[in-house]
Design a binder for this molecule. Sequence first.
Ligand code: AOF
Ligand code: ZN
Length: 391
Amino acid sequence: RDERMCERTAAKLDETFMARAIELARRGEGKTAPNPLVGAILVKNGCVIGEGWHECFGQAHAEVNVIRNAKKNHKDPSGSTLYVNLEPCCHYGKTPPCTELIIKSGIIRVVIGIMDPNPLVAGRGTEALRRAGITVASGVLEEDCRRLNEIFIHFITTKRPFVTIKAAVSLDGKTAAYTGASKWITGEHSRREVQLLRNSHTAVMVGVNTVLADDPELTCRMPGGRSPRKIILDSHLRIPKTSKIMTGLGSSPGSPLEKPSCKDEQTILACSEDADTRTAKELEALGAMVLRCKSKEGRVDLDDLMNQLGALGIDSILLEGGGTVNAAAFSQGIVNKLLLHMAPKILGGASAKTFVEGLGVPSPDCAQQFRIQDVGLYGEDIRITAYPSEA
Ligand code: AOF
Ligand code: ZN
């Protein structure tokens, strides 16, 4: 029985240290895409002797940073345990393999959250460590680690962006009053959350009707945050040249980070194949990238668009569209996650918009099923986090 007690205590300890690694990994949010969020700590004789995380795309991996930081503090990693939320890499990428450094440092045990879905690694990192005589444990806080890198996992395995729908609704599911007035449904707390989301997603996407109605900037105004790349669904290129999206193209908001995958953070106008070529040229001359997509029921085929955006290196999209765009996204099956901010208000009105319009399904049996992962209080509002059931 004592032995089992010891095991349980040791497992709890592993989880506590892994939770810290996850916390550190999150510091890279908005800066590492399309690479993963990775945090690491070194523990020796029960004490943390170093912390590190992947700070920025293309730069040192978390494992390199944690070892360097320990040494900077005059601590010897030899004989220590490394906690890292993602399997260490064993390939030559932009940086040399972390496994070699780990082995050289004399680390004796490595505790991993999840295996690396990157086909270049995928189990081989762990193998290399074991071959060197290092004890490896994996699957610690597995669910949390998977969620932390849900974007990375999706993008590296499908080459398509991870799409999160974000909507702000009243208790009766409305996104505006019957007059169309929508400022504001949710409280300040919820709206601050949106700024965080814009920072942590590579791109933000809306329909042209949102541009026509609200003339939004779609920037991240959080201190130290970066603005996402903008994608406008605009089948017939109706976007006004005087809109803030178009006139803002001259300036370069966002961070100066080098992101070779989406080099110039250019605003993308997704139109159908038959959109007017002259208008397209004019918009391109103003600095936009026009992406021609297959048509689906007279609109941009979102499935085709996702393939094209994936090829451009866009790993994640925050979809802040209205009910029509959301309906198309749901029905084309491109939605990976739903974040619903709900304010304790009733707007009423049969004609007031809801966050999913379209035709809908003929019977509840045909409804798209979701799994609620979390419900949280955000000031007066609640936020529901849900995933499509089949995922
Ligand atoms: C990171 N940061 O802390 C870890 C990563 O192109 P590279 O050389 O930066 O390698 C990227 C791959 O390395 C990435 O897809 C993942 O498989 C692995 N681990 N990547 O950017 C890190 N540990
Ligand atoms: Zn590495």
